[in-house]
Write a protein that binds this ligand. Structure first.
Ligand code: MN
Ligand code: MN
Length: 468
């Protein structure tokens, strides 16, 4: 028998058996496209470390791609491309298609643009033992010990007493100073290292080192604190009370970098969930489909439960769809019933360093493509959207018809934890929704890792969805 001929068993196993395949190996012809796409993503990441910065970056990209600003109540036109900026922290991008929106619905792609970080408290500044610190309150689920002893940058806004809003961004340029959370030296950590990881660094120890020069005046106390405030006042016009109306976050001062000799991976702060936000935005920017109405949602507040009026557990999504529908003379109830959504959020990639927490058959494997999670939640699927077999079947066919490599994913073993996404807030509006996103290594760490192949596969998945 010639070597090229397959046996009956081989043919049958090709046909019947499910397998996960490494995209770099099985779709090697895409390697250049995969690597090129990653360059744009890394640039985006470095400019968008907070939801506010992501909104600014994405609006600039939207304008370049012919999108114009729209507000609730304004008319929309068939063929138009619009963006809606909700309070500078939540962005909607949409194209109005030629099809009847009441029958065709809206193709929705949703990701979040907030990431775990350390927010400054409202009264953050104090001086102790020759050092000035800012007190922080962590935002989202973090392993606190990971945030000590690394360079941190400050990003955010301050609304001054007179109502003026100033932007703060320090620690990103090479010439900038950075900020730092002290940790205990191993020599004196004999007790600390015996504590569980979750309690060794309590939240109240996440204090940011911001200064050490005393103000030169014998007649004042807390000279270092005064000097820091004098610098802030000179640069931004800030007084201590202005922190009351500020949103300033400490984020890792790292840039996105390739990881590995072969550069297969990208290390960065905030892949969760900008690694999905970038693909859905570039998919809607680049699509040549003009039939369907497509909507991209870039949400805030996901890492703290999606509450608040810039999060997905808000009326705003419903209001936007209803406003578009009414402008086109369609019944919003029918529009939503006929819509479908890919909720684009990251999932946990199987990590061979920690095999005990994963059930390998149902975990997403790195570089094996975008990962579909039919359900998320915890324990007995608590708090999950759990997409229907019919909708999963539909999405699966879209991917198959367009050559998109994808895999399924569950977030680790049953009863070891769990997590949720914005999917349930969208399906609440009577919209078929399923989670699709990029597998991540070290999720929520100050420096997370993804595969360039999975990033690109996710982009391909959303391009296919836009025109399906
Ligand atoms: Mn996420
Ligand atoms: Mn997250």
């Amino acid at each position: 028998m010639a070597k090229t001929e397959k046996t009956k068993g081989q043919i049958l196993s090709d046909e019947l058996l499910s397998k996960k395949e490494n995209i770099f190996e099985k779709q090697a012809e895409k390697t250049k496209a995969i690597f090129d796409y990653a360059e744009g993503y890394k640039t985006f990441l470095d400019g968008a470390k907070t939801e506010r910065e992501a909104v600014v970056e994405l609006i600039a990209m939207a304008k370049q791609n012919g999108f114009s600003e729209w507000n609730l109540g304004e008319p929309v036109k068939r063929g138009g491309a619009y963006y809606y900026n909700n309070r500078g922290k939540n962005l909607f991008l949409f194209r109005v298609g030629s099809e009847d929106i009441a029958c065709d619905g809206v193709r929705i792609m949703a990701a979040h643009i907030d990431s775990p970080r350390l927010d400054l408290k409202q009264n953050p500044v104090y001086e102790d033992a020759g050092m000035c610190f800012f007190k922080t309150h962590y935002y989202g689920g973090i392993k606190k010990y990971q945030w000590t002893a690394i360079p941190l940058a400050l990003h955010g806004v301050v609304v001054l007493e007179n109502g003026e809003e100033v932007t703060v961004k320090v620690g990103e340029d090479d010439g900038d100073p950075v900020f730092y959370i002290n940790d205990l030296l191993p020599h004196l950590a004999q007790e600390q290292v015996t504590k569980p990881l979750g309690t060794a660094i309590p939240g109240e120890k996440l204090n940011l080192l911001v200064g050490g020069l005393p103000f030169a005046d014998e007649n004042v106390s807390d000279k270092i604190k005064l000097n820091v405030l004098a610098i802030l006042n000179e640069k931004y016009g800030i007084k201590e009370d202005d922190f009351i109306s500020a949103e300033i976050s400490a984020v890792p001062a790292f840039k996105a970098r390739d990881v590995g000799f072969d550069r297969a991976f990208i290390g960065a702060y905030g892949h969760d969930d900008r690694v999905c936000a970038y693909p859905i935005a570039t998919a809607i920017f680049g699509t040549d489909d003009r039939k369907h109405t497509t909507l991209v949602i870039l949400a805030d507040k996901e890492e703290v439960g999606s509450d608040g009026n810039t999060g997905m557990n808000s009326r705003i999504l419903c209001d936007v769809i209803d406003a578009i529908s009414r402008s086109l003379g369609a019944d919003p109830i029918r529009v939503r019933a006929n819509s479908m959504c890919l909720s684009a959020d990251v999932t946990a990639a199987y990590d061979p360093n920690f095999p005990d927490v994963y059930e390998q058959k149902n975990s997403s494997m790195i570089s094996c493509g975008t990962a579909m999670c039919k359900y998320t939640g915890a324990r007995g699927k608590s708090s999950t959207n759990d997409a229907s077999a019919e909708f999963v079947g539909k999405v699966r066919k879209i991917f198959k018809d367009n050559g998109v490599a994808f895999q399924t994913s569950e977030l680790g073993k049953i009863d070891l934890g769990g997590g949720g996404t914005v999917a349930k807030f969208i399906s609440y509006l009577n919209i078929d929704t399923v989670d699709v996103g990029v597998p991540v290594i070290s999720m929520h760490a100050p420096y997370e890792v993804v595969s360039k192949a999975d990033l690109y596969s996710t982009y391909e998945a959303f391009c296919a969805f836009c025109k399906a």
